[in-house]
Design a binder for this molecule. Structure first.
Ligand code: APR
Length: 231
């Protein structure tokens, strides 16, 4: 079975009603991202940051996978598919994808600010004063700007084993995620599904499907089935 490594971003969940990051004047749901998605922002106003992520958690729980997420599950019938997502929602898992790596954390998990290994699942709100057993304030299990991205190492390893790479719904401006395609073996075909082409000019073999995920992923599947003679 050929191995497909898929890198997804906010765009794949846009049609599930979850906003992308760089759509509206650089604001994310009305906030400057550094205010709500950085250690400095959390230190300055933990209440605002926790409320912001409580809203994101509630919103993600209300959302449903769309035809884009579901199409990637379909691909598993004929390919070994691994998804590397920058998204904090769990729509890939709820669609039924088997192999999902979250680069930037998961909204349904929280962790201790003092013991990063203490991570628990929660679907409820967290507030200032909600503590882990070690006494540390709970915070979202999210990678904020300026923080390490520990999952980049296994993600790069996965990409280095790609037979085919697929990119869906990411502007490819945030590093280190944006550099992942460079780990694909040279000559790997790369398919990009996005209504606004992100620029990947330094790599050859890039084919753009300039469509939203819900229609672009079915087109991608058609193309892959044709190329690999799958009925
Ligand atoms: N289908 C596919 N792609 C879409 C759709 C759609 N329906 N709607 C929008 N897009 C595309 C946009 O054209 C854009 O290229 O999704 C991309 C979204 O880009 P960003 O908002 O920059 O999101 P992303 O690339 O995931 O951001 C990366 O930045 O703020 C941080 O940690 C956060 O994980 C996030 C990271």
């Amino acid at each position: 079975m050929k191995r497909i490594i898929v890198l997804t971003g906010a765009g794949i969940s846009a049609e599930s009603g979850l906003k992308t990051f760089r759509g509206s004047n650089g604001l994310w749901e009305g906030h400057d991202v550094t205010e709500v998605a950085s250690p400095q922002g959390f230190a300055k106003n933990p209440d605002l940051v926790l409320r912001f992520y409580n809203e994101r958690r509630a919103q993600a729980l209300q959302a449903h996978p769309n035809a884009g997420h579901l199409g990637l599950v379909e691909l598993e019938k004929h390919f070994e598919v691994h998804i590397i997502t920058q998204n904090i929602d769990d729509l890939h898992e709820r669609a039924g994808s088997s192999n999902v790596l979250h680069l930037h954390g998961e909204i349904r998990k929280v962790r201790s600010t003092t013991d990063p290994s203490y991570i628990i699942e929660t679907d409820g709100d967290i507030h200032v004063g909600d503590l882990a057993p070690d006494g540390g304030q709970l915070r979202p299990h999210i990678v904020w700007f300026g923080e390490q991205v520990p999952m980049i190492v296994p993600a790069a390893q996965l990409m280095s084993m790609a037979d085919i790479a697929v990119v869906v719904g990411t502007s490819l401006v945030v590093y280190p995620a944006a550099g992942l395609l460079d780990y694909a073996p040279s000559g790997t075909p790369i398919f990009v599904v996005d209504p606004h082409k992100p620029q990947i000019s330094h790599l050859p073999n890039v084919e753009y499907i300039v469509e939203p995920a819900s229609s672009g992923i079915p087109l991608l599947i058609e193309k892959l089935f044709q190329e690999h003679k799958i009925q």
